[in-house]
Design a binder for this molecule. Structure first.
Ligand SMILES: [Zn+2]
Length: 103
């Protein structure tokens, strides 16, 4: 979900072309559901504290910053961190969920 209107980032887009497209890619991404509570309102976690990721985290709920991430994904519902490989899922699960993207 967008936290702020994309128009707010037009100035930033001028300095970092492609930024808005990246936000939209995150918005449309199919992320794994939370392994704690099953919520689909999850975010990809990144440790890279650079200007672009700070702006990305301010733009979409699907991107979360953490200096030492305890998991690869973050749940916006129960605020827990998790990694899909922590739960017992078959190997083909990630391929399946990723191929859902944009189709
Ligand atoms: Zn959760």
């Amino acid at each position: 979900m967008l936290k702020r209107p994309l128009e707010d980032y037009l100035g930033y887009e001028r300095d970092y072309p492609g930024f808005i497209e990246m936000v939209i890619r995150y918005e449309n991404a199919v992320l794994p559901v939370c392994s704690h509570c099953g919520s689909a309102d999850t975010a990809k976690v990144s440790a890279g504290i650079v200007s672009r990721s700070i702006h990305l985290a301010s733009a979409t709920t699907k991107f979360k910053l953490h200096p030492k991430p305890p998991g690869r994904f973050f749940c916006n519902t129960c605020e827990g961190y998790f990694s899909p490989e922590d739960c017992a899922r078959p190997n083909w699960w990630d391929d399946l969920t990723e191929s859902d993207q944009g189709e």
